[in-house]
Ligand binder design. Structure first.
Ligand code: PXP
Length: 255
């Protein structure tokens, strides 16, 4: 179990607020710099087909001005492949995308769409971009992700987080068990394991304790919490909770 768990801060919703009025404020690149100063190891940004938050210009500025790894989330479309190959971020996380959804609702169905996804993964791999596939914690999807040549999977944490919010302990426990199984299987076949979506102060410790997880990507909660405590404080607290959970898990294993 690696001691250090990376934190990727997703700055999409800084752009959501900016776009509510147009103009340049608040600037997601400024937020990205602040996030790095507060303990983020990487920055994540989702360029959606409808550009509802992050813009093409944001991607240009993030790749140029931020000196930690950029994880570009996007749908597997020819347009996004072209953008990724042009800007060459450190990593691309392929996600499913529906225009009418409020946020990414589920993972990619790699098991069913492997043939369509393989050319995207291959071209990104050939360009030296690390490819991550956003999937539900499902062993079939893990196997399919390996088969299409991805280096990384990101487990969709949303169902667990929603079960916790709903106070449904049985559903939360069942979801968490799926994450443990998927993470173990993924690491067993050489995939790097990340998790993200919907993670908050209340749910981060459970994901930080999954031994094979090496990176958490967190956005909406942090940007929302920044309204009350400031972005620096929200990120430092998240970082602290992650580190504490991982240390406790390592301690428990060593005991
Ligand atoms: N990881 C992936 C693949 C995502 O699509 C998102 C949302 O854009 C996140 C992480 C971050 O989720 P949240 O904003 O709910 O923390």
């Amino acid at each position: 179990m690696p001691e250090y768990l990376r934190l990727g801060v997703n700055i999409d919703h800084v752009a959501t607020i900016r776009n509510a009025r147009g103009g340049r404020h608040p600037d997601p690149v400024r937020a990205a710099r602040l996030a790095v100063a507060a303990g983020a190891d990487g920055i994540t940004a989702h360029l959606r087909e409808d550009r509802r938050h992050i813009s093409d210009e944001d991607i240009v500025r993030l790749t140029r001005d931020i000196d930690v790894p950029l994880n570009l989330e996007c749908a597997p479309t020819p347009e996004m492949l072209d953008i990724a190959l042009r800007h060459r971020p450190h990593a691309v996380c392929l996600v499913p995308e529906k225009r009418e959804e409020k946020t990414t609702e589920g993972g990619l169905d790699v098991a069913a769409q492997g043939n369509q996804l393989s050319p995207f993964v291959r071209q990104l791999n050939e360009a030296g971009i690390r490819v991550s596939l956003f999937i539900n914690p499902d062993l079939r999807q893990v196997e399919a992700a390996k088969q299409v040549g991805a280096a990384v999977i990101e487990l969709h944490a949303g169902s667990y987080c929603e079960a916790v919010i709903a106070g449904d302990h049985a559903a939360a426990a069942a979801e968490l068990a799926l994450h443990y199984d998927a993470a173990l299987a993924a690491a067993g076949c050489g995939l790097e394991v990340h998790a993200g979506h919907g993670i908050s102060f209340d749910t981060v410790a459970e994901f930080a304790a999954v031994p094979q997880v090496v990176e958490l990507n967190i956005g909406h909660f942090l940007i929302g919490e920044a309204i009350f405590s400031g972005l620096d404080s929200a990120i430092r607290r998240m970082r602290g909770l992650m580190d504490q959970a991982r240390a406790e898990r390592l301690g428990a294993r060593g005991a």
